[in-house]
Design a binder for this molecule. Structure first.
Ligand code: SF4
Ligand code: F3S
Ligand code: FES
Length: 247
């Protein structure tokens, strides 16, 4: 007779804090959850909210690694909770909110404010420089290989994991991080964007941009979309140096 394998009882330690409650202070609370087949941290957190404490706050929208809202520190590593299987973790799991972003409560952060500021600062949209919009104009043709390269970088979900995993941002809060550099590489590659190299130099040819990166490599290690962040940072460095030498 085959023996039934008992499911693991997970101990989920959550760093909890409500910055809007004057009487609250950061503290760890531990919840026990019976592990189920294929359980993700998303499912485990919902179990806790349903059965243990409905005041526990965390963010999820898509549950499929697309919206980037469920990023948190899992055993100290920034990652997407909806894509993390509990079976890949030990019995005791520690969850904390991503650092650097505004804390809403518990595991819920307001990364959208930071990302919006970054997008405004780097003007992450196509600059075609035409004075008047012409809806009859056909879009310029693009080689499929180039379209694929741009698409690869567009897969960034603005989860903030690379920001939380970068020691440079801890020291230089205005550093645009790998997420910002990835966006600039994406627009620089795009032939529809008519900004010239000098304009890109103005944007990121400085210590808050590409020359601030200390090649710590944490960004690429933790990016849940496996973006080629290092090669794009190197690409931008080469482009910046060429531009500086021209002037
Ligand atoms: Fe997240 Fe990767 Fe985009 Fe950084 S580059 S925000 S880690 S998807
Ligand atoms: Fe930070 Fe990545 Fe550069 S971790 S220092 S942006 S290589
Ligand atoms: Fe959307 Fe996790 S819930 S990425």
């Amino acid at each position: 007779m085959s023996e039934e394998i008992k499911p693991r009882i997970l101990k989920i330690n959550v760093l909890r804090f409500d910055p809007n409650d004057k009487n609250d202070f950061p503290h760890i609370e531990t919840f026990e959850v019976e592990e189920a087949d294929g359980m993700t941290l998303y499912i485990a957190l919902n179990e806790i909210r349903e059965h243990n404490d409905n005041s526990l706050m965390f963010d999820f929208v898509c549950r499929a690694g697309i919206c980037g809202s469920c990023s948190m520190l899992v055993d100290g590593r920034p990652t997407l909770a909806c894509r993390t299987l509990t079976s890949k973790l030990g019995e005791s799991i520690t969850l904390a909110p991503l650092p650097l972003f505004k804390l809403i409560k518990d595991l819920s952060i307001y990364s959208g404010e930071w990302m919006r500021g970054l997008n405004e600062r780097l003007e992450t949209w196509i600059h075609d420089k035409e004075e008047e919009l012409n809806f009859d104009k056909l879009e310029e043709r693009m080689e499929p290989e180039l379209a694929d390269e741009i698409y690869e970088l567009d897969r960034c979900v603005e989860c903030g994991c690379c920001v939380a995993g970068c020691g440079t941002i801890q020291m230089k809060p205005d550093f645009v991080g790998a997420v910002g550099l990835n966006k600039i590489a994406r627009y620089h590659l795009d032939p529809r964007d008519k900004r010239d190299d000098e304009e890109y130099y103005e944007l990121i040819g400085n210590e808050d941009g590409v020359f601030g990166c200390m090649t710590l490599l944490g960004c690429e290690d933790v990016c849940p979309k496996d973006l080629p962040l290092q090669s794009k940072i190197a690409y931008l460095r080469r482009m910046m140096i060429k531009t500086a030498l021209k002037n």
